[in-house]
Write a protein that binds this ligand. Structure first.
Ligand SMILES: C[S@@+](CC[C@H](N)C(=O)[O-])C[C@H]1O[C@@H](n2cnc3c(N)ncnc32)[C@H](O)[C@@H]1O
Length: 269
């Protein structure tokens, strides 16, 4: 495949930005090129210009989805950023216990292949007293249809489960063939996996107690981040929490959220 010109790079980057909010910096040109090369081989498209032309024409929504899938970064892990799990156990769960109702609404807003929502759900089930008596409403969304399918299937390699405590692995996963483990269907049924682009208006009728939007804002520019935080603020209950990635501290500009600790914010109205 020929070298991606700076002009074509800019046009691809513009399409990515318009459709996902992801800001691709010029120093990521060769990364974009290698991801596009794979996509174009699969789709039997021979040059960048015809890919650009088809994407811009809007004629093939499926190709646009494949394109966004190809350029998004989906790296994730079970129990990633363990400090957040400590915070949920030490601070959020006691606050749930102090409430009268036994309903918890959680949203994993960029859930990738499912490790984040499954980890949080397992953590809640392990730390709530009488977990079956709680109505846990769990939504997990992502812009990538590919990772969502993976998340819904809930089948992980031995390597992917390396971070999970052996007793939890035994309890919540079943080895379905050598080295492949399926999450207990009772767990995957508790999570609603949906395709959702964070750039769209939020359609929720009910507010959340906890929203996790970890390791995705880092790909957005500061204006997009600010607009997104405003939308999160509006969909989180009073005293509810927004958790972002550990390296994604929100800028101090008036986001109106209370800083609780690094990467954890609370809605105070
Ligand atoms: C690096 S992964 C983070 C996964 C998980 N939150 C974690 O911290 O391990 C980032 C995810 O954000 C998703 N993403 C990127 N832009 C998005 C958007 N505009 N709307 C929804 N999801 C998006 C990507 O598809 C990817 O799965």
């Amino acid at each position: 495949m020929s070298e991606l010109s700076l002009q074509c790079f800019k046009q691809f980057a513009e399409i990515v930005y318009k459709n996902s909010g992801i800001h691709i910096r010029p120093d990521k040109k060769s990364l974009l090129q290698s991801r596009l090369t794979k996509l174009m081989r699969r789709e039997k498209i021979t040059d960048y210009k015809s890919l650009l032309e088809t994407l811009e024409s809007g004629r093939e929504p499926r190709l646009l989805t494949e394109f966004i899938d190809a350029v998004s970064t989906n790296v994730t892990r079970f129990f990633r950023e363990i400090q957040h799990f400590d915070f949920i156990r030490e601070r959020i769960i006691p606050e749930f216990l102090a409430q009268k109702n036994r309903e918890i609404r959680v949203w994993s807003a960029a859930c990738s292949s499912g490790q984040e929502p499954y980890s949080v759900l397992i953590h809640l089930l392990e730390n709530l007293p009488e977990p079956d008596s709680w109505n846990i409403q769990f939504l997990a969304t992502d812009i990538s249809t590919k990772v969502l399918k993976f998340a819904q299937n809930g089948i992980y390699s031995e390597e992917a489960l390396a971070e999970i405590r052996p007793d939890l692995k035994m309890k919540y996963f079943e080895e379905i063939e050598a080295g492949a483990f399926r999450i207990n269907p009772a767990l995957s049924e508790k999570i609603r996996f949906r395709h959702f682009n964070l750039m769209q208006p939020f359609p929720f009728r009910h507010k959340f107690d906890l929203v996790l939007c970890r390791n995705v804002m880092i790909y957005f520019d500061s204006l997009t981040q600010k607009q997104l935080v405003d939308k999160f603020k509006a969909c989180i209950k009073k005293d509810g929490y927004l958790i972002v990635g550990l390296s994604e501290a929100l800028s101090k500009s008036d986001h109106g959220l209370q800083f609780v600790k690094s990467s954890v914010y609370q809605v105070k109205r």
